[in-house]
Write a protein that binds this ligand. Structure first.
Ligand SMILES: *[C@@H]1O[C@H](CO)[C@@H](O)[C@H](O)[C@H]1NC(C)=O
Length: 331
């Protein structure tokens, strides 16, 4: 049963005073021809960002002169000669890997990876080759993992399977047809147990655990909404609607104040809407689902999807599956 606590999206979205995105500080380019930095992560020393690319490698940004350098890869069987430089939706991406969600365990320094094809993996703080953590749940191999977050205190891992029917190479079909075979999954490294928290989700792309670990948010891209699943307290183990949105929500990222940034997009293939809000847009919301800030991204991204916006040390970082760089801008 749904615990209906709909927190209606505020009138802020209709206000004309949306900040524009022409505050770009820098553009962090992936090594050509790699594309698609879908999500970003910073390590326990605040270095990075790290991101996954179309050819299965994970890159670390080391500064303006060297840019993004190879740090790790997500396929244990990856052949560098064949894989380096391949593009998204290539047939061999299945064996080369396609890292999407990334998050560090702040106690161990390990980087966890939600790979679209290969499941949940991790690499140690030196990078290099990965170790498989989970490849299936309830006896079924993962088909399309996407979002990932880790509770900063407990190290518990939350991740999403966007679809158990389609793979990332069928993304266009998936988004054209709709699908509700996705799920929100939990992996506890202290017990090595994996459990499904929510199923039958409409393309759950992003996930973020609250600062106090009492709930986890999951976006349903095709349902234009964000759900909250309670992990503790009176409503433990129940979901509710956290945000109903006028666009498609992708990744969700917590900031240091415990608020969340949600990247919101137009439905694929649809003409840009004629009225406000102009998408793509990043919204900052508090733990009650109230919108605190909006940042328009249309100038910078046009019709490209913005996969993620996150706030780190006073700056905003935007990532996209459709371009070959991450943008850094003023909040
Ligand atoms: C990687 O692929 C290349 C090109 O097909 C091949 O020559 C090489 O033997 C492969 N390496 C391994 C370790 O399989």
């Amino acid at each position: 049963m749904w615990n209906i606590a709909i927190l209606v999206f505020t009138v802020l979205l209709c206000s004309p005073s949306i900040a524009s995105s022409n505050r770009i500080i820098s553009r962090l380019l992936l090594p050509s021809p790699v594309t698609g930095p879908e999500s970003l992560a910073f390590d326990p020393a605040d270095d990075g960002p790290y991101t996954g690319g179309s050819d299965g490698r994970i890159f670390k940004y080391v500064g303006p002169s060297d840019g993004f350098v190879e740090f790790a890869f997500s396929s244990p069987d990856r052949n560098k000669t064949i894989c380096d430089g391949i593009s998204d939706f290539s047939e061999i991406q299945k064996t080369c890997g396609r890292p999407l969600g990334l998050a560090f365990n702040y106690q161990t320094g390990e980087l966890y990876i939600a790979d679209a094809y290969l499941g949940l993996l991790k690499v140690n703080s030196d990078g290099g080759s990965p170790t498989q953590v989970v490849s299936c749940v309830e006896g079924k191999s993962f088909r399309f993992l996407a979002g990932l977050d880790i509770d900063p205190q407990s190290g518990v891992v939350y991740f999403t399977e966007a679809s158990s029917t389609y793979q990332i190479r069928d993304l266009k079909t998936l988004l054209g047809n709709g699908d509700n075979s996705g799920s929100l999954i939990k992996f506890d490294p202290s017990t090595m147990e994996t459990s499904v928290l929510l199923r039958d989700l409409a393309v759950p792309s992003g996930v973020a655990v609250s600062k106090d670990g009492s709930y986890v948010l999951v976006s349903e891209f095709m349902a234009n909404r964000v759900l909250r699943f309670w992990l503790k307290g009176d409503k433990q183990n129940t979901p509710e609607i956290f945000l109903q949105l006028p666009g498609r929500p992708d990744n969700i990222k917590r900031n240091s104040a415990g608020e969340f940034w949600v990247a919101m997009n137009n439905p694929i293939g649809s003409p840009p809407p004629s009225r406000s809000p102009v998408l793509p847009l990043a919204v900052r919301v508090d733990g009650n689902g109230y919108v605190l800030q909006e940042v328009a991204l249309v100038e910078e991204y046009g019709t490209a999807m913005v996969s993620e916006v996150q706030e780190f040390n006073g700056k905003l970082y935007a990532a996209s599956l459709d371009v070959s760089y991450a943008n850094v801008f003023m909040p």
